[in-house]
Design a protein around this ligand. Sequence first.
Ligand code: PMP
Length: 393
Amino acid sequence: MRAALPDLAARAASVAGSPVRDILALTARPEVISFAGGLPAAELFDAEAIRAAFDRVLAESPREALQYSTTEGDPGLRSATAARLTARGLPTDPDELLVTSGSQQALSLLATALLEPGDVVLVENPTYLAALQCFSFAGARIVSVPSDGDGLDPAALDELVERERPKFLYTIPTFQNPTGRTLPAERRRAVAEIAERRGLWIVEDDPYGELRYAGESVPWIASRPEAADRTVLLGSFSKIMTPGLRLGWLRAPAVLRRACVIAKQAADLHTPTVTQMAVARYLADTDLDAHLTLVRDAYGERRDALLAGLGDALPEGSRWNRPEGGMFVWASLPEGYDATERLRVAVEHDVAYVPGAPFYPGEPDPTTMRLSFVTHTPDEIAEGLRRLAKALH
Ligand code: PMP
């Protein structure tokens, strides 16, 4: 007799995986040109210099590099990261930073530190899928803030904060995932003022800000004096170095940072010591900004290649934006098209994208799609668009 096992937690059953994952699994075939995954271009990884940094750390400080270390993170990495933030206009002390295992972990730590079941979290509409999953696991009620081509609408945010009393606003103000949108400076100021006036944490997630190909950079919400004591800024080495490092950081006011440190102790004690030390070594020995210039040049060309061909690839009446940076273009097909249904046909033509629907916390717009332009060369992008045209017409 084998007794039945106890049930999984309700949350394990209630948070769905990505509904398009099965279709996208088919896109791993080498012949598929994929605009789907947000995968940085692997041929542009600075692999040699990263290998040299790991070599040096393991040769010079093996006992330290292979040992347990502090939860807050490697002092050298925190200093280098603080210096980069300071140079970009946000004066930062290394002690204000907590190193995380990717910025994805920062989202989990913040959910642990801030959310009770039933608490409201405000998000852009649409927003990053894995953030929705993370907040749902914490039992949050997710409410979307009406958004337009420039991002979230501050007047609507103000009303929602008054009505819903949310714990925090989760926002990706620069080159947002999935839309590529950037929130203009005036709206950032308005968001900071709302947080000051109404009492609200802001989680400002910025993995893409350094991938700008045109236009002027817009200051972080975290740098607004109104919101300095209530904004958490998240950053990541995934898009500027490589995602396999699983290295990110959060910059938070002391009270919230301490709560995140304790949550991280419970989650994984600390981010791998050797990785942190190797990236600190890399930042000391290598000019990341020079490398980033190469990456930006390549990605900028790829963005232009996608934008140049989209008009012929999408059916008449489709619309799309022209982001100044990041990895994604957001498009909507004409009324009546369903981007999720069409994905099957696209995959039969060896081309893929991500339908927009899963990124909406509420009622989705079925005509939308996210197109990532960074993974393939301009020639491959052009071929991918020819296939997309056949699939969609
Ligand atoms: N936030 C956003 C908006 C993202 O798009 C991603 C990755 N696609 C992450 C966080 C997580 O990135 P990582 O954990 O690799 O830093």
